[in-house]
Design a protein. Structure first.
Length: 419
């Protein structure tokens, strides 16, 4: 191997992707618009990753340098001569990097250097098609994009511990990480041989793992946050929620609902045993105190997380499609509408404050129609709508009575199950 061009030198780019490629013997060229980060990379040629986990460690990532992402010519030259590229900029920022990718492909083809594989580390569904469409807009007419660009989807499960601003100011390159280091990627997305990086885990059925990330891992964070906020509002950290005697088991039960649907949807990939192991491993990672992850952070932005294709409503629709009853997930949706957690300064997330003041007062039915996009003409949507509305009524009654929302018996479960 010779060179990885890592577009995005943030937490995932440095603590995860750049780290595993560097340790595999590859030069890592970071592309970013932060002049401070680029200058520091070029001055030092290395940086430190501190592993915050049950077994702390320090990793020095070497053979690195930086290029200003605003210099299209310089970025294109790096892309024309690299072994592989990767992105970790966030889905909203992807359109801003498409011109650089297009320029790199044009230069690469002119030099006769063959196709470029781009590993898309963005945790978004249909990421490959989005990249093909976005890059194509900046290419000359007739450019053979499918022959020159391998768009490789991923499932990014790595969690990055919270760093204080004081620590960031002391060393702009220092980054924290948990020990988990597996990069699940689409084996069929590569046009070149898959790079020999031990932490790469190529999968033939990538959709299964994208769905698992969203409907088990991401849903797990929502279950944890929204149940904790109503059941034990004094809790601050996710590890406290997982260790709570009612929140922890309820979170696990909700994650297993999606796991059972995934087993039905992808029987060649998932079994009861490996999904139970996956859920238990995630919960152990959620319990990592060194992550410093907060209920506020994993729960905030409720409007987005209640979206039609996102972790809660998306999971409920997926569960319904695969005839899997999901009362805990329905309860999560009802609890999420009531999420009012605040940060260390006592402030709600701005979008959540707007949701609480102007959207939720219109009623749960309004939220499900206007925010979650549930359509009365869709049978699956109707199932989900009824389940969440029943859960919402149940939560209202329990809260008014001052009772736990998680102390459910069989009859109460049945009233907002989907089957």
């Amino acid at each position: 191997m010779d060179k990885l061009v890592q577009i995005g030198a943030g937490n995932i780019g440095r603590s995860f992707v750049g780290q595993i490629f560097s340790r595999a013997g590859c030069e890592v060229v970071f592309v970013d618009v932060s002049q401070e980060i680029i200058d520091a990379l070029n001055a030092r040629g290395s940086y430190v990753v501190e592993v915050k986990d049950r077994e702390p460690a320090t990793i020095t990532v070497e053979n690195v340098r930086g290029v200003d992402g605003r210099n299209t010519r310089a970025v294109a030259e790096e892309l024309a001569t690299c072994r592989v590229a990767a992105t970790a900029v966030g889905p909203a920022a992807l359109p801003y990097i498409y011109p650089n990718l297009a320029a790199g492909l044009v230069r690469r083809r002119a030099a006769g250097n063959g196709p470029l594989d781009v590993i898309i580390c963005e945790n978004m569904r249909n990421a490959a098609e989005a990249m093909y469409e976005g890059v194509a807009e900046h290419l000359p007419p007739g450019f053979p994009i499918r022959e020159m660009l391998g768009a490789v989807e991923t499932s990014i499960g790595k969690m990055v511990p919270i760093m204080s601003e004081e620590v960031r100011q002391q060393d702009p390159l220092l980054v924290y990480a948990e020990a988990y280091n597996t990069l699940i990627c689409d084996a069929q997305g590569f046009l070149n041989p898959i790079p020999d990086v031990p932490e790469l885990a190529p999968k033939e059925n990538m959709k299964a793992y994208v769905d698992r990330k969203l409907f088990v891992h991401n849903l797990g964070h929502a279950l944890c946050a929204y149940f904790a906020h109503l059941e034990a509002p004094d809790l601050v950290y996710t590890w406290e929620a997982v260790e709570h005697p009612s929140v922890g088991p309820a979170t696990r039960a909700g994650m297993m609902e999606s796991a059972r649907a995934l087993i039905r949807a992808y029987p060649d990939e998932f079994t009861e045993e490996n999904q139970r192991e996956h859920v238990d491993d995630l919960l152990q990672r959620f319990e990592n105190k060194a992550l410093g992850d907060t209920i506020y952070r994993v729960g905030r932005d409720v409007r987005r997380k209640l979206g039609r294709e996102d972790r809660i409503i998306g999971a409920l629709r997926f569960d319904a499609r695969w005839n899997t009853d999901a009362p805990w997930t329905a309860l999560c949706a009802a609890a999420g509408m009531r999420f009012r957690a605040v940060d260390e300064n006592g402030e709600m997330y701005e979008n959540d404050r707007d949701f609480a003041n102007h959207v939720y007062p219109e009623g749960a039915d309004y939220v499900l129609r206007e925010v979650s996009g549930l359509n009365a003409g869709d049978p699956l949507d109707t199932q989900v709508f009824r389940a969440v509305m029943a859960a919402d009524e149940y939560v209202t009654q329990r809260l008014e009575a001052g009772e736990s929302i998680l102390d459910l018996d069989g009859d109460e479960f049945a009233q907002f199950g989907e089957e």
